[in-house]
Design a protein around this ligand. Sequence first.
Ligand SMILES: *Cc1c(COP(=O)(O)O)cnc(C)c1O
Length: 394
Amino acid sequence: MSFQNPVFIPGPTNIPESVRKACDMPTLDHRSPAFARIFKPAVEGVRRVLKMAAGEVILLPSTGTGGWEAAISNTLSPGDTVLAARFGMFSHRWIDLCQRHGLRVQIIETPWGQGAPLAAIEAALKADPTIKAVLATHNETATGVKSDIAGIRRAMDAAGHGAMLMVDGVSSIGSMPFEFTGWGVDIAVAGSQKGFMLPAGLAILGLSPKAIAAMETATLPRTFFDFKDMLTAYARGGFPYTPPVGLIAGLAHAIDLLEAEGLENVYARHHRLAEGVRRAITAWGMTPYAATPDLYSDTVTAVKVPAGCDGTALVQLAASKYGVAFGVGLGEVAGKVFRIGHLGMLTDVMVLSGLAAAEMCMADLGWPITLGSGVAAAQDYYRGTVPAMAMAAE
Ligand SMILES: *Cc1c(COP(=O)(O)O)cnc(C)c1O
């Protein structure tokens, strides 16, 4: 069959037709002024999405993981200490990447399903003035947990600590509120294939003046990801090597779409979509893996499956029988959850189709749910709240 359903994974996300077209362009000389005309709006657009009053935006041909690597290798030196809480697969992977680069990571082990522990972060900072950076996973995609980045900044200030604040916003930026300058973020990392609704291929970073200054003394090796080479080339309207021009053009267009809907409306839409999913889960007699409602992510929900049920079996059946993609549980929660991604190009009606497909799989697998129960709960919620038509009207 050549038709395709929307995906319900927390990245890569569905690509709007006009974004796909914006990426599809003829070869262009990236040393010509034509490239600068594509590049500048993309960089300026990212600056607005991140809410940056000062600093620089960097676009790298990479993915979120490369963004992590670029963030640390440009600003830190071997043996430096960084502080990070581990509460899911993505916070774990960034820690692992730091360790492989010869950094000392002070890890605050935190139960999966919880978010960044503010009091423990403050205490750790007070105890160790040598910590160079605090790493924070804004939205832990493995567990569907959001953390309070403003709260981490307050904890850092309360400790009177001068460390940099580096935030993984790969699955939040562009879909959930983000305040680069307001939260005192020094490096923010995003990727093209989540909230920006593009194919994978770009790491998108924001750097504060403090992060830029840290480049001067940082001695971890970097070449392809060297911010200094990037910023030198950017100042001339170019790129230090061959840029993925189509993705950059697509990024500028995707930001146009987000801004045409209005960033606040985009965030409100994600909240509504997520809330409908949560109503459905409740109707199934299940709960999100996130420990408490204040931690619920608006971009991904990890659904705790009933005892004796296997979340991975549901994901496999959805793919093989119905051609629908959900996310499997990763690491510690493998089999114990399945994940519904609800970020990017999605409407109420698209989400309802995903919930309906999940119900069919549950019924097929003999899970104790009533067909239509979750869909009905989400329908009631969507009917009763303002529909997100800004996007559908595009
Ligand atoms: C997807 C994701 C990443 C990894 O990004 P890649 O683009 O797959 O390298 C990192 N952090 C979070 C929170 C993510 O959701």
